[in-house]
Design a protein around this ligand. Sequence first.
Ligand SMILES: *[C@@H]1O[C@H](CO)[C@@H](O)[C@H](O)[C@H]1NC(C)=O
Ligand SMILES: [Cu+2]
Length: 314
Amino acid sequence: MKSYSLFAGLSLLASSASAHYIFEQLTHAGTLYAAYQYIRTNTNYNSPVTDLTSNDLRCNVGGETAGSTTTITVNAGDAFSFTADIAVYHDGPLSMYMAKAPTTAAAFDGSGQVWFKILDLGPTFNADGSSTWPLAQTYSYTIPPALPSGDYLLRIQQLAIHNPYPAGIPQFYISCAQITVTNGGTGTPGPLVSIPGFITGTEPGYTVNIYTDFTNYTVPGPAVWSGQSAGGAAATSVVGSSTVVKTVATSSTAVVVSSTTSATATATGAAVAKYGQCGGAGWTGSTVCTAGSTCTVTNQYYSQCLGWKYEEAG
Ligand SMILES: *[C@@H]1O[C@H](CO)[C@@H](O)[C@H](O)[C@H]1NC(C)=O
Ligand SMILES: [Cu+2]
């Protein structure tokens, strides 16, 4: 398993101007939608946001308004995925947030103390002292079953902390989807925070040097909403069951970075297309993925056929 050395981290300083990753496609109910169909369009090519006081931290540069992006209807409890143009390759945590729109998702700029966090993916600390980050091209999760119906912005954020602070400024890679949630629950999402303001720059998870004495990590921002499961189960069980798989470009072996024993798929039925559902609680469809993809457990509700392309950093 690859772990980044300080050397690899520094080499990125010189090469970071080219091809970054941007989350531009949404998957729902087995359909991978066109780029920016339900995700707001950024206007900064694929450069990250680094200003902690900027409104661009909400939905990226250019993402304060809907533009030509439309809104997708999903049920509470549905699985979804964000897919980037190329796999995430800068080390750092991944989080997902949501904010309820006062009227429609399309009309909402994300202002106010309205954002709550539904997912954190941090590093795995390996026995040999190295760490592994959840680097992938697609990140899947579930609309919280307890989430009340209504229009929301659904925000994904990868915080790249590969260049040690303060010489290197952490980079936010952000996209927002516009969703209408139906068949919602009766939960009360929180804690609620404002963006910007939710990260001040003094958090250890923001300033840490991940190459030196790196043994623990807390993802910056508010706590993950603990009541998001219908039964009010602790968020840690949801977060802990997330699985990210990456395949190094030179190898065809899928490496499970962190895994769970729940909803393990067994091979039966006709092949499921890439990005389609292949397992999860209550799933009665096929659990076989089409060639080139692997059935990957996202959480107890959802497994998805994924094939990873992982670009070596550089
Ligand atoms: C690791 O844990 C220590 C002790 O609780 C804390 O002071 C430090 O900020 C933590 N580091 C990170 C990166 O979260
Ligand atoms: Cu970069």
